[in-house]
Design a protein around this ligand. Structure first.
Ligand SMILES: Nc1nc2c(ncn2[C@@H]2O[C@H](COP(=O)(O)OP(=O)(O)OP(=O)(O)O)[C@@H](O)[C@H]2O)c(=O)[nH]1
Ligand SMILES: [Mg+2]
Length: 431
């Protein structure tokens, strides 16, 4: 390769400062592609040449038809018909695959909508996510089932212990047979190997204790003692749970509570939209992790356990759970991050609320409530409390009353969210 003196180039800058030299291509038919990577001196020369040619542009990408002295040694050329080595071919193939992946990812990201699930502890955020797993991924894998089986077995023991304690505190009289079983249960429970979550002997004691009317009465008083509502669901099926072949059903997994620590995510597709639901822990000590998720959020999904109006916080005694949820919502929805964010409030645990409102007056929680045990009035009253604290003309608030442990109900709700909020987002954001 000799020196190339002045020649008229049609130079086209590549983004990585490679120049395709069309003229050379035409002159020297042996080359199919020529790329010129100018060094700094050559770059200055190009600028000079460009200005002498009195071109207006200062953008080096626009140099065209300028005279420049180029040492052909600095021209990277590929001989026409020359064989690419195997590694080169593989590299190009790999590059193409990566580029395709990047394009695909970018397209998916463009259609992705991030929903941030917020709410106080035990409001039902993870239960909602579990429903997405059932609806969009055909349920739970073996590892998850095993994880929940251990949790269910272990919680049977802790809940029985709690109920025995409550019966004792409330001085509820147990049957003679139950008392013997309680003694045996406490003894066995204390020396239980931690890796064995439940034995036949323990399960027999639990079944017998649960049959006692005073223990059932203790369960009815659960709201003052942090006993989970779902305890009865599992206590009713102790015999099944202790069986070595027991595999938790979807309903068991939905009912079992494992508090969230950290961040969980589930992605799925509905029609043309990719949903990305982010689930966080709602207890007070988990909330400091929320901040990192705020930027991602396109829609705020705020979950309220509407039935918790007569319960106090697990993590701090004496604080009403519904007050905590309302205060938290007020704080979150008025943050700069969310001023323009559309919001869906899901009033959850409607099954429990419908039962509770018949027995417990909402006035104990909100002094200005005066409609007794009328279900619709109570729903409307709570709805307005939340709606008012977040009212803002820059966004819309959608409200649904749900029961997160009922798959069919959640299916309908997701469809409603899809049509309402996503239609709004599509109109404003994606068009
Ligand atoms: N009966 C009833 N129980 C529900 C409902 N929704 C959730 N639960 C139960 O409430 C408990 C708590 O639900 P989670 O989904 O773990 O609550 P969470 O908001 O994720 O709690 P953290 O992870 O601590 O923030 C579980 O035992 C669920 O089965 C509902 O609609 N009805
Ligand atoms: Mg959770």
């Amino acid at each position: 390769m000799g020196k190339l003196t002045f020649c008229n180039f049609s130079l086209l800058f590549h983004s990585k400062l490679k120049i395709k030299i069309n003229k050379i291509q035409k002159k020297t038919k042996t080359f199919s592609n020529l790329f010129f990577v100018p060094n700094n001196k050559q770059k200055t020369q190009l600028i000079k040449t460009n200005s002498t040619n009195q071109r207006k542009t200062q953008n080096p990408n626009h140099y065209q038809n300028c005279n420049v002295k180029i040492n052909l040694a600095s021209v990277f050329c590929v001989k026409k018909g020359s064989r690419k080595t195997k590694t080169e071919k593989e590299k190009r193939k790999k590059d193409r695959t990566i580029n395709k992946e990047i394009k695909k990812d970018r397209k998916e990201k463009e259609n992705e909508i991030s929903f941030l699930l917020l709410g106080t502890g035990e409001s039902g955020k993870s239960t909602f996510v579990k429903q997405m797993q059932i609806l969009h991924y055909d349920g739970f894998d073996e590892e998850t089932q095993n994880h929940y089986r251990n949790a269910i077995r272990s919680q049977l023991r802790t809940n029985t212990e709690l109920l025995v304690d409550v019966a004792d505190t409330l001085e509820l009289k147990l049957k003679k047979k139950t008392k013997l079983n309680v003694e045996k249960f406490l003894r066995l429970n204390e020396f239980q190997n931690e890796d064995v979550f439940l034995t036949e002997e323990l399960a027999d004691c639990i079944e017998s204790i649960w049959k006692d009317k005073s223990i059932k009465k203790a369960f009815d008083e659960r709201y003052d003692f942090q006993i989970p509502d779902s305890a009865s669901w599992f206590l009713d099926k102790t015999g099944e749970i202790v069986n070595e072949n027991y595999i938790p059903t979807d309903q068991d997994i939905l009912s079992c509570r494992i508090p969230t620590t950290g961040i969980n995510q589930i992605k799925f597709k509905i029609k043309e939209h990719n949903w990305n639901i982010i689930d966080v822990g709602g207890q007070r000590n988990e909330r400091k992790k929320w901040l990192h998720q705020f930027e991602e959020c396109a829609v705020l999904l705020y979950i309220v356990a509407i039935n918790e109006y007569n319960q106090t916080l697990y993590e701090k005694e004496g604080i009403n759970r519904l007050h905590e949820s309302l205060n938290l919502f007020k704080k979150i929805s008025n943050m700069v991050f969310f001023r323009h964010t559309n919001c869906v409030i899901l009033f959850n645990k409607m099954d429990l609320f419908e039962e509770k409102i018949k027995k417990y007056d909402l006035k104990k929680c909100f002094n200005d409530y005066n409609d007794g045990n009328d279900l619709d009035s109570a729903k409307e009253f709570i709805k307005n409390k939340f709606y008012r604290v977040a009212k803002n003309k820059n966004r819309q608030i959608f409200i649904h009353f749900i029961c997160a442990i009922q798959t069919e109900n959640i299916k309908v709700i997701v469809r409603a969210v899809q049509t309402s909020i996503l239609t709004k987002l599509t109109n404003t954001q994606f068009l």
